[in-house]
Design a protein around this ligand. Structure first.
Ligand code: ATP
Ligand code: FE
Length: 437
């Protein structure tokens, strides 16, 4: 059994070939990081074009590296949902396009929903078209994959001991999910985010701190945080802070008074990162103001055009930015720890036999996150399964492997007709709760 996996759901175009026994024969990722850095975010139309430009090459390279041709494949797996809210994260969304679609397409859904559908269809269509074309030409079955299920199940590829049922924390750019995986395709959602995902909070913080965004913001922020003092700023996570974001003073005071650990008073397993994001932004803005004012004052004291000692100011600036990064990371991850602790307790009531907590998705490649969650898991006498960083961020291997799992259970679609038209209405699922058939 040999399966090709294709993934084009966001900023990477990825393909991989995996054998039924879990042997990874090839994996290729073409990143759009340059585009991201240049435009400060995902520009959906541009990203779609970038996917289209490289998809043939990426798939061919995956086959070549595996020393195979499409005739050797048993099936093709491709991501068909859910939608990626990642693309909504930036201001750089095709507002005009969506507005036009709303006007002439007689769509009466809320704007955000339309936007989400539009954005996702374009991205995923590139991969789905390629998969169907290939499957049609070589008479191969096709397997539609849930992106988040793939993030979770790739853990079973690297840890053969990992049996159902298990728990999973999926932390990425668009999702913050705590699930109990009963069986293949059967997942109980224990918690999700009520606003933003942690990956988005990392990306935005990195952007506001002026970090190098040529990779995603997460890794850059993790690096900077190593130099900072995580206790220097008392951020918190709270629903409250979300609503009171206008007033720094009241909002910080109340947040600190009411809860020193994240959302303690909410007895559920849901997440919230919007409030923390706002606090970080305010902290950065107030620091910036302070720096600007100091510079102004210095130039006044030193009589107008005199040189300002830039070097000490910038090292000071890096230090304070590192403090913000470290303080942000500490609280963001503390929130994960606290929720996992509670979710394990819940999950054990439903499935006393769970032995593992899987942590996957882009943010799971963060070393600090891994270390802190390892601590939680050990405390609860469970085992942590965290795929290597390359398999935590988006990749084709996770799609191919999830395809293999479904294929083995007889869950796949017959080969599409070889002459299928490009405009065929593919079965994409922009909103697809994990576990729903
Ligand atoms: P989703 O999986 O929710 O649909 P996505 O596919 O865009 O969204 P992933 O590729 O799974 O997301 O993960 C990307 C996210 O992971 C980005 O937000 C990125 O900043 C974050 N990330 C990657 N590496 C790190 C790291 N070392 N530390 C923190 N965050 C990281
Ligand atoms: Fe992802």
């Amino acid at each position: 059994l040999v399966v090709l996996g294709i993934e084009t759901s966001c900023d990477d175009t990825a393909a991989a070939v995996v054998r039924g026994n879990g042997e990874i024969l090839s994996q290729v990722v073409s990143s759009q990081a340059d585009l991201l850095a240049k435009y400060g975010g995902v520009a959906p139309k541009m990203a779609e074009e970038a996917h289209s430009q490289v998809i043939d090459q990426v798939v061919q390279e995956a086959l070549d590296k595996a020393n195979l041709t499409a005739t050797n494949l048993s099936a093709v797996a491709v991501t068909i949902g859910p939608g990626l809210s990642l693309c909504l994260r930036d201001e750089f969304v095709p507002v005009k396009t969506c507005a036009t679609r709303l006007k002439n397409g007689s769509i009466s859904k809320p704007y955000r929903e339309v936007l989400m559908e539009y954005v996702n269809l374009g991205f995923q269509l590139v991969g789905v078209r390629k998969a169907r074309k290939l499957a049609g030409s070589f008479n191969l079955p096709i397997i539609g994959i849930h992106h988040m299920e793939a993030h979770a199940l790739v853990a079973r590829l690297i840890e053969r001991e990992l049996q159902f049922p298990f728990m999973a924390l999926l932390i990425s750019g668009g999702h913050n999910l705590l699930i109990l995986a009963h069986d293949l395709g059967h997942y109980i959602q224990l918690g999700t985010t009520i606003d933003d995902a942690i990956g988005e909070a990392y990306d935005k913080t990195a952007k506001w701190l002026g970090l190098d965004m040529s990779r995603s913001g997460g890794p850059a922020l993790e690096e900077l945080a190593r130099e900072g003092d995580a206790e220097s700023i008392k951020f918190s996570v709270s629903y409250l802070s979300y609503f009171l974001f206008v007033h720094l003073l009241i909002f910080s005071l109340l947040s600190c008074l009411l809860e020193c650990t994240p959302m303690k008073q909410h007895k559920d397993c849901n997440f919230s990162y919007a409030g923390l994001k706002t606090q970080v932004r305010l902290a950065i803005e107030s620091k910036n103001m302070y720096v600007e004012n100091t510079k102004l004052l210095l130039s006044l004291i030193m009589c107008s055009n005199a040189e300002i000692p830039i070097s000490s100011a910038s090292s000071q600036d890096r230090r304070s930015r590192a403090d913000i990064a470290a303080s942000f990371q500490r609280v963001a991850v503390l929130h994960l720890e606290e929720r996992c602790d509670r979710a394990i307790e819940w999950a054990r009531k439903i499935e006393p036999s769970i032995k593992h907590l899987v942590v996957s998705g882009g943010v799971a490649s963060n070393q600090y996150v891994r270390a802190r969650l390892d601590h939680v898991v050990t405390k609860n006498s469970l085992q942590l399964v965290c795929p290597p960083p390359k398999l935590c961020t988006d990749n084709g291997v996770m799609v191919a492997w999830t395809g293999i799992e479904h294929f083995c259970m007889g869950r796949f679609d017959p080969p599409p007709p070889a002459d299928e038209h490009e405009d065929y209405m593919y079965d994409l699922r922009p909103r697809w709760p994990l576990g729903e058939e």
